[in-house]
Design a protein around this ligand. Structure first.
Ligand code: ZN
Ligand code: ZN
Length: 342
């Protein structure tokens, strides 16, 4: 098969390697589409260290090409979305139902070979059967939508409430739609007009860019009170975290802030305002049991993703695809291993 093998920072080579073979409880998946996210970019640059060589890629979907003898639920030809994280199953966190927090967690495309390849081997339990008619371009969003489904769940929105989504990338534009579906009016905070245009097309009641005070004013205008009821942070930058929790006050006193973008740089937060306003701050780490719900949301058309897939590449051009991830015009970039060079 053809695979993109990472041999060191920025040393990614598309070459022919031996086809992987499924073990007894594993499934061989022919990859139809694999999305690129910030984690893949950081693995590629070496900011996130992994054991080389590695085939990266954790947001992918495909069709079952072969099954091991103990596989009971899936058959050859089934379309599947891959849930690329699972816990050790034995620790206290896993036993408590918090496998997303397990310290011995396995992440496909990070701890074992992933989806930037024509074929990938996964345990059966990591493969979610999807409706056969669901297009790869749509199903591809199952993984990021599972992240967002958890984050929005942890925000516990009530119909009629107001929300702000910070960040207008893939996660933010999915969170917007899910919050709308839950009956909220939503303000989207972004950095480029192009993305904010898209946010309005996808149902945002208001959009804003600019300084913290401008954003807080927009939150007050939308809510008609001292800030929105809840904030979902998806950008993962120090600046975004500071906006959500700082003195400027995007969220109302007594409101809730859910952080799901992984901030890799430290933030400067004045905790006085969190206490004074009794802000409920929650982290949200990947997903627990939200994966199936995310697939249903896509299949039912509750969340629309047609405009989010902005760049598509054949596997042979994965280098260009990774570069495109940082293009301000890019929202979701993906490779399609079964499509030839353009
Ligand atoms: Zn990701
Ligand atoms: Zn565990």
């Amino acid at each position: 098969m053809l695979a993109a093998v990472l041999k060191g920072p920025r040393a990614l080579q598309v070459s022919a390697v031996r086809d992987p073979a499924p073990r007894a409880d594993e499934v061989l998946v022919r990859v139809a589409a694999a999305g690129i996210c910030g984690t893949d970019y950081r693995i590629w640059t070496g900011e996130r260290l992994v054991q080389y060589p590695l085939i990266p890629g954790h947001e992918f979907i495909g069709d079952v090409a072969a099954v091991g003898p103990n596989v009971a639920r899936l058959s050859v030809g089934d379309r599947v979305a891959v849930e690329p994280n699972w816990g050790c199953g034995a620790c206290d966190l896993c036993r408590d139902g918090h496998a997303n927090l397990c310290l011995g967690r396995t992440a496909v495309g990070i701890d074992r070979d992933g989806g930037f390849a024509e074929l990938a081997v996964l345990p059966e339990r990591a493969c979610w059967s999807a409706p056969a008619g669901l297009a790869p371009d749509v199903l591809l969003f199952a993984e990021p939508l599972a992240v967002v489904t958890r984050a929005v769940g942890r925000a516990a929105p009530q119909p009629g409430q107001t929300a702000a989504v910070v960040g207008a990338g893939t996660l933010g534009l999915l969170a917007l739609q899910l919050l709308r579906a839950r009956g909220c009016r939503v303000l989207v905070v972004g950095r480029t007009e192009r993305r904010l245009d898209l946010a309005r097309e996808l149902g945002a009641d208001a959009t804003v860019t600019g300084a913290g005070s401008t954003i807080a004013d927009a939150a007050r205008r939308l809510s008609g009170r001292d800030g929105v009821d809840l904030v979902v942070e998806t950008a993962g930058t120090a600046e975004a975290v500071e906006l959500c929790l700082g003195q400027v006050g995007v969220v109302r006193p007594g409101g809730r802030v859910v952080l799901t973008g992984l901030p890799h740089a430290p933030s400067r937060i004045d905790f006085f305002w969190i206490v004074r306003r009794e802000i409920d701050v929650r982290g949200s780490m990947i997903y627990g049991d939200e994966f199936g719900e995310a697939i249903t949301l896509l299949a039912d058309g509750v969340v629309r993703v047609g405009s989010l897939l902005t760049h598509r590449y054949p596997l042979s051009e994965i280098g260009a695809a990774l570069e495109a991830h940082r293009d301000p015009a890019a929202i979701k970039v993906a490779v399609f291993p079964d499509e030839g060079a353009r």
